[in-house]
Each structure stands twice: as C-alpha cells, then as structure tokens.
Design a protein around this ligand. Structure first.
Ligand SMILES: N[C@@H](CCC(=O)N[C@@H](CS)C(=O)NCC(=O)O)C(=O)O
Length: 206
C-alpha cells in the first residue's frame, strides 16, 4: 500500500484531529514534524500549494487545508455522513471549532499567560456550553455529536476539548460547563488505539 505522510509542525493544532482519526482507525502513516528552521525553505519550494501546513500525502496526491484533509480521510475511512442534515451538523460544528482555534491558537502561540487565563475565565464557559448544547440535542448527549455513528465531528471536538482543556489542567471547566461533553471524552478514551496515541504522542510546542 502507498505510504501516507502527514506534514505539520511539532504541535497539535490544526493537524491533530487527522492524526487522531488515522490512529483510531489503525491507519499506518508517517507523522513528519517539520522543524521551524526547515520551514522557510519548504515554504518557498512550492511543496505546499498554499504555502501552509498541514499537508497530507495520500493516494498519490498532496492535500492541503486542514478541514478539507480531515473531510477526505473521514470520507475514505467511513466517518463522514451522507445525509444532508447530518452533513450540515458536521460542517457547522467543524466551522465553529475553527472559530475557536482562530482565537486560541494565536493566544497560545504568543504565550501571554494573562491573556490565556482571561480566555479560559471569560470565553471558555460559553464555548463549552454551546458545544454541550450541540451534543445534548443529538440522542440526549449520550452518544455521538451527529447522527447515530462516529463522525469527523467527534474527532474534531475530542481534539479541541482534550488539547485545550484536559491536558492543560482545565478539565474542571469541562466538568462544570459541559458535563455531557466530559463524559463523551471519557467514552472516547475507552478506545485503546486513541488512548495509546494520546498517551504516547510528543508534547505540543504550543
Ligand atoms: N486554513 C488553513 C490554515 C493553515 C495555517 O494557518 N497553517 C499555519 C500553521 S497552523 C502555517 O502553515 N503557518 C506557516 C506559514 O503560514 O508560513 C488550514 O486550516 O490548513
């Protein structure tokens, strides 16, 4: 089988749901961490169509744009719905997650502790409550985010909550403002492959 390679910086960020889905599904892939000093050369080489990472080499193609990459692997491995209503719920959640990342990633990157704390205190509760409401309106919140089976949205929200709250000692915020989401995270961690991955991955530089 042709090799699959994911190129991204040594951070979780925009590539992590793709890594999580591939690990969960048991897909072998090379997880290439591009070091910052190597990036300017790679960027100007035209390797990435839009001059950004992540980039996934798969099926003889180079795919760019993290959400499109995730959608591609979700379709390929069976985590993308076919019903238009479910597609809407997956995509709107995906866009909401992106809105959150667009705020939090620059904050984390700049490493301004005060601004980060302010975000957790003032904005995080509302974000969590919105995600909780989405989960609860599907099957009472006891299963998946969309429909009756695991979808791309579950990987995105798992990645967002796990990396933004659980590993940053903010699990209490999730328990308080999004208890069903907290249970969802615990359920996801019963997947041996996903758990093995998150327990063994290198720390994110951001
Ligand atoms: N919309 C793009 C954004 C990609 C993006 O901003 N990538 C950043 C890292 S998270 C990057 O490549 N930065 C280096 C650069 O732009 O030179 C996506 O979702 O993939």
């Amino acid at each position: 089988m042709a090799e699959i390679t994911l190129h991204y910086f040594p951070i979780y960020g925009r590539a992590e749901p793709v890594r999580m889905l591939l690990h969960y599904h048991g897909v072998q892939f090379n997880d290439h961490h591009v070091q910052l000093q190597d990036w300017p050369g790679l960027k100007t080489s035209g390797f990435s169509e839009f001059g950004q990472l992540p980039l996934l080499e798969i099926d003889g193609r180079r795919l760019v744009q993290s959400k499109a990459i995730l959608r591609y692997v979700a379709e390929k491995y069976g985590y993308y719905p076919t019903d238009p209503r479910d597609i809407y719920f997956v995509e709107s959640l995906s866009d909401f997650k992106e809105d959150v990342l667009n705020v939090t990633m620059p904050l984390m990157f700049r490493g301004e502790a005060e601004a980060v704390d302010k975000w957790y205190q003032e904005s995080a509760p509302t974000v969590l409550q919105k995600i909780e409401r989405r989960l609860v309106r599907n099957e009472g919140g006891n299963k998946f985010f969309v429909g009756k089976s695991l979808s791309m949205a579950d990987f995105q929200i798992f990645g967002l909550i796990y990396d933004l709250f659980i590993i940053r000692n903010r699990a209490n915020l999730v328990q308080t403002h999004a208890p069903k989401v907290y249970d969802f995270i615990q359920r996801a961690l019963t997947s041996a492959r996903l758990k093995a991955y998150v327990d063994s991955r290198p720390p994110s530089h951001v």
